[in-house]
Design a protein around this ligand. Structure first.
Ligand code: COA
Length: 382
């Protein structure tokens, strides 16, 4: 009887011990997995979270904090020491649990952001003439209407506005890049946007157009991330004027920059009435905006509109190298410095945009503009 009780006690104890061992083993396996999974996060956690993770890791692997508190000048060492001390007394296995929980919650949050970002990007697609994608931490907008030299339809303006606004707030990406398919970068406003039948139509289109254009340019002014333009070929009209709102314009030596507003009976937009004189000085800006001088890539570089000119045969590869290097810079610092640079002129830019759109609203209804559009539309009939 006594033997049987002893046996039961021993087997019962052994099974408890083995289940404890299994539990310990699985916690430490989860702990190791959590350390590996941490690398899957698309973005580094903020400083407070990193300190929390550090403290739990140290507590889980070494127990209570040892040594003396680092001095005032060793900010990082001191912050780490304090974090570790804040979990003093926590048993090692409990610290492992807390560490695993923290990593899992970060991964879950990351997945949620990725899923919502992906579905929002998919929601942005579907505009003819635009391709929108995210590659790593880069938000890409590609003008994709090469058969019309990427001329901008009203739908493309709206799509670009939405994409820029989305990219500006998107937490997953650090930079926004605009590029184009085909040989042209963009031939500007699609002149058939103004194909109308009656004077009433013109009025309606001018009114709606003013709104669309204003929102479009505003999206550039309000863009909170570095914006990079890759100019593969000729750029005309509004695709040139908004370049003054980019942070970097990288051009092929085949690119040209042309704003033939006055010969079309129209007027400058994209805040160029402010940015071009700031970049080039008044007379050089007037040469472009009033007298329609077409600039080569090197001339645009000399006038500060273009950041760098790259020979066409290596343009795609070299331009992407610049983009990749910029995308490795610390995102928060990039964003805050971009906002700092923009804030200097933000109000003036909004004012310029409003004035320009108002004038265009009137110019689109002018006889000069109607005659120029008629000439373009019928040029192939002669
Ligand atoms: N709006 C509407 N259609 C445009 C366009 C624009 N801005 N730019 C190019 N296209 C279309 C052309 O109508 C043509 O389409 P089609 O083949 O159906 O006729 C196609 O793109 C190719 O243009 P095309 O004129 O045949 O080529 P080209 O080499 O002779 O001339 C340009 C190219 C860009 C110089 C000429 O199309 C042009 O002057 N476009 C207008 C540019 C402009 O003034 N933009 C507005 C500035 S405010």
């Amino acid at each position: 009887m006594l033997r049987s009780i002893q046996r039961q006690l021993i087997t019962g104890h052994a099974s408890k011990l083995s289940s404890l061992a299994i539990r310990c083993f699985s916690v430490s396996a989860d702990f190791e997995a959590a350390q590996k999974n941490l690398k899957k996060l698309s973005e580094e956690p903020d400083v407070q979270t990193k300190l929390k993770m550090y403290s739990l890791f140290k507590q889980a692997t070494q127990g209570d904090v040892t040594g003396s508190r680092p001095g005032m000048m060793d900010f990082a060492g001191r912050a780490k020491y304090d974090a570790w001390k804040s979990v003093q007394g926590t048993p090692k296995d409990k610290a492992q649990h807390l560490y695993i929980e923290l990593v899992n919650s970060l991964l879950k949050e990351d997945e949620k952001v990725a899923a919502s970002s992906q579905s929002s990007i998919e929601g942005l697609g579907g505009v003819n003439g635009l391709s929108i994608s995210v590659e790593g931490n880069i938000f890409r907008i590609r003008l994709n209407r090469p058969e019309k030299f990427n001329a901008l339809t009203w739908d493309m303006y709206r799509g670009l506005t939405e994409a820029l606004n989305f990219a500006s707030k998107d937490k997953k990406t650090r930079l926004t890049v605009i590029s184009a398919a085909g040989n042209y970068y963009c031939s500007g406003n699609d002149l058939s946007n103004f194909a109308v039948k009656t004077p009433e139509d013109v009025k309606e289109i001018a009114k709606a157009g003013e709104k669309v254009l204003n929102a479009y340019v505003k999206a550039y002014v309000e863009h909170d991330k570095p914006l990079i333009g890759l100019i593969n070929g000729p750029a005309i009209g509004i695709s040139v004027t908004v370049l003054g709102l980019f942070d970097s314009v990288i051009a092929s030596d085949k690119a040209t920059f042309h704003t033939p507003f006055t010969s079309l009976g129209q007027s400058a937009e994209g805040c160029s009435s402010l940015t071009f004189p700031l970049l080039m000085g008044h007379s050089k800006a007037a040469e472009v905006l009033l007298f329609g001088k077409k600039l080569t890539a090197n001339e645009a570089f000399d006038r500060g509109l273009v950041t760098e000119v790259i020979p066409d045969k290596s343009f795609a590869v070299e331009a992407e190298k610049r983009v990749a290097a910029y995308s490795e810079l610390p995102p928060e610092s990039l964003r805050l410095n971009k906002i700092l640079l923009r804030d200097i002129n933000r109000e003036a830019l909004h004012k310029a945009n409003n004035l320009e759109c108002k004038l265009l609203h009137d110019r689109w209804q002018s006889a000069e503009c109607a005659a120029a559009l008629q000439k373009f539309m019928t040029r192939k009939n002669k």
